[in-house]
Design a protein around this ligand. Structure first.
Ligand code: GDP
Length: 436
């Protein structure tokens, strides 16, 4: 996502960095490049026009700054304006003063609503809430079962109409669900509603009826970022038909050009609350306009990386490993633990993609392979605890046994063991030098 846009914007801005002083003509030329980049990324025309006009106006009228050179000033302006069209401040979910908070999901079929319900439930649960999912998508065959499955995976209760009563009334289901949530003390209720392949009146009416019945604290419009320009028209239709208080972008992991993400907030005036970037329940997070902007401009997303690392790493375990490292006592067991912690943060390519300058390392990143890590993990798991603790004892016959047990070649086992020793030696030296 955003790769081409990011490349083009970076290129447009890089030509500036070579200049000491910027003329109006320089600014116009850069603005033209940015305009093309945005249009190619499928950003709505109106949004592009406003954006470019603001950049030009601000860049030409910029005060002479002591701290920044003219090029840096333009980059700063573009960054600020990008943050602006993405919504400015991070908008958090608003919770009801008296529970339950009711969150209703609306959007086209296939937008990712049901998946999102599971993601949201897991996310809420991790924050100490007791969410309940409600199946009000009674149109699509299997929608109820699908919600029950994601609910189970997230470890939360799903309220659904009893099977065998024909197609139930979603408004009635929604009402009963709220009563049940109060009774069973669920503090957040997530209502999944039906979607259609295209916008139609009946769909809007049903969604509006459910909205009136449950009086939601948030109506979240769920939109597939891959649908490009259509995202904007769909968003407008839902805004007129049901109204919503926030947007969730899904499928940001796809290779779409990203225009939806950049247009929807500006066009509807409603903030983007969450972003989804994969099919797994964990592939989901709060949307931060500032971080997204710096990612688009190729400045990396160090903040997100740090946050994810904080969540994935157990501080004590990390300290223990650091201690062993400095004394050259790191075992394969520690190595495996660290590797698993890194894995918890997501696919390795995604992680590296958040680092500053990663845009220019794309080819190398493409070669970082999660499957390779899986194999390393399989090899270490194929060792006995004694072997992991003291890899020196892994002789030829042990290597053969480990290779057979984990379905790899002896050469791969050799590679891992040799590299481990090398790394251990090197890290001990480094630890000595840097004093950690
Ligand atoms: P609904 O009809 O709106 O309820 O949509 P679903 O939740 O059934 O999702 C439609 C399809 O999109 C499913 O195959 C999901 O696995 C997939 N999907 C949902 N969210 C994402 C996402 O963020 N990334 C990717 N790649 N696929 C997703």
């Amino acid at each position: 996502m955003f790769d081409t846009l990011s490349d083009r914007l970076t290129a447009a801005l890089q030509t500036l960095t070579r200049k000491g002083k910027l003329s109006d003509a320089d600014i116009d030329a850069t603005a033209r490049e940015i305009r093309i980049a945005l249009l190619e990324a499928d950003v709505a025309l109106g949004v592009v026009k406003t954006f470019i006009a603001r950049i030009k106006e601000r860049a030409k009228g910029a005060e002479v700054s002591q701290a920044l050179n003219p090029a840096q000033q333009v980059i700063k302006i573009v960054n600020e304006e990008l943050v602006g069209i993405l919504g400015g401040e991070t908008r958090r979910l608003s919770l009801a003063k008296t529970p339950p908070t009711v969150i209703m999901l609306a959007g086209l079929q296939g937008a990712g609503k049901t998946t999102l319900a599971g993601k949201l439930a897991l996310w809420l649960k991790k924050q100490g809430h007791a969410p309940m999912l409600v199946a009000c998508d009674l149109q699509r065959p299997n929608a109820v079962t699908q919600l029950q499955v994601v609910g189970e995976r997230a470890g939360v209760v799903t309220f659904a109409p009893e099977p065998g009563n024909g197609v139930g009334d979603p408004v009635d289901v929604a009402r009963r669900a709220i009563a049940e949530a109060k009774h069973a003390q669920h503090d957040v209720v997530v209502v999944d509603t039906a979607g259609r392949l295209g916008v139609d009146e009946e769909l809007m009416k049903q969604a509006a009826d459910i909205r009136d019945a449950v009086e939601p604290d948030e109506v979240l419009f769920v939109v597939d970022a891959m649908i490009g320009q259509d995202a904007v028209t769909t968003a407008q239709a839902f805004q007129d038909g049901v109204g919503f208080s926030g947007v969730v972008l899904t499928k940001l992991d796809g290779d779409a050009r990203g225009g939806a993400a950049l247009s929807v907030r500006e066009v509807t005036g409603q903030p983007i609350l969450f972003a989804s970037n994969g099919e797994k329940l964990e592939d989901f997070d709060t949307f931060h306009p500032d971080r997204m902007a710096s990612r688009i401009l190729g400045m990396g997303d160090v903040l997100t990386l740090i946050e994810q690392a904080e969540q994935a790493f157990d501080q004590k375990q990390a300290e223990k490993a650091a201690e062993k490292l400095s004394s050259g006592q790191l075992t394969l067991e520690d190595f495996l633990e660290q590797m698993l912690a890194v894995r918890k943060m997501g696919p390795i390519g995604n992680l590296l993609g958040m680092l500053p300058g990663a845009g220019q390392m794309k080819d190398q990143l493409a070669q970082v392979d999660d499957k390779h890590l899986d194999r390393l993990q399989a090899i270490i798991r194929g060792m006995t605890p004694a072997e992991r603790a003291d890899p020196k004892m892994i002789n030829g016959s042990r290597r053969l046994r480990i290779a057979n047990g984990s379905g790899v070649t002896v050469r791969e086992v050799n590679d891992l063991v040799n590299r481990f020793f090398e790394a251990r030696k090197m890290m001990a030296q480094m630890a000595g030098r840097f004093g950690f």
